[in-house]
Design a protein around this ligand. Sequence first.
Ligand code: GLP
Length: 283
Amino acid sequence: MEVVIQSSARAAADLAARLIADVLREKHRPVLGLATGRTMEAVYARLAAMHSEDGLNFSGCETFNLDEYVGLPAENPHSYRHYMNHHLFSKVNVYLRNTHLPDGVAADLDAECGRYEQLIAHAGGMDLQLLGIGRNGHLGFNEPLSSFQSRTRVVTLAPETIRQNARLFGGAENMPRQAITVGVGTILESRRCVLLATGSDKADILAKAVEGPITSMVSATALQMHPDCVVIADAAAASRLKEGDYYRAMFASSPKWAKYRDAASQRLDGHPNEMLLSRGRNT
Ligand code: GLP
């Protein structure tokens, strides 16, 4: 696992978007694992901008989302299908038929879970799996005690997850109690995992996920065993990490991250010409 700390939430989301863009450019038939949540909105906005401004091409890619609420059809504005169409799919040149989410209104939910696993396997698995983190450490909707070998299945949402997401539904009473999620085992089979966490409300759980003991009580700790996992955090989410200085030194000096460092310093958090202008002033 590598941890990359960025100064702002925007810089952290930009870096996640660049890692995804690199997969889109480098792979012939890229397969992306995608996530929902407030954190990801900035990543999808950046990818949409890369498509409209730089022609980033999504036409060859296939996508699989982590999860969907049981009982919500695609048209429901709270469904993750609706979220994905709104934030990303309608803004880039992906073929909708190549975008997949579990069907939360399938007549046979267990059969739907099996079908989804098979679809992922048929696509050859994920080249890159984008992940957020819930406040209880869930990945997708893998709530505490999810087996690290778990596959796509129906789960009951934990009280903390219901509390966390209830505001989006206008109250806990309106929120589904179950969801379909890909498993921790499914996630661990992705060739690369990129977890993005921003904001101070993720600081405690991120410290547990990254530096705590590996335990199924915190699903995200499974990523410590993944051979190619990058955790990207802004300074607020990283504030409880004990080894923050080491992670910053790693990003500042590792040749592997050079091209991403340079891009970040040229952008100076949203002011593309500021560095050139200040250089001009000083010389
Ligand atoms: C939901 C999703 C998770 C996501 C989490 C974090 O619970 N199922 O995949 O990681 O939200 O959401 P946010 O980014 O809004 O904090």
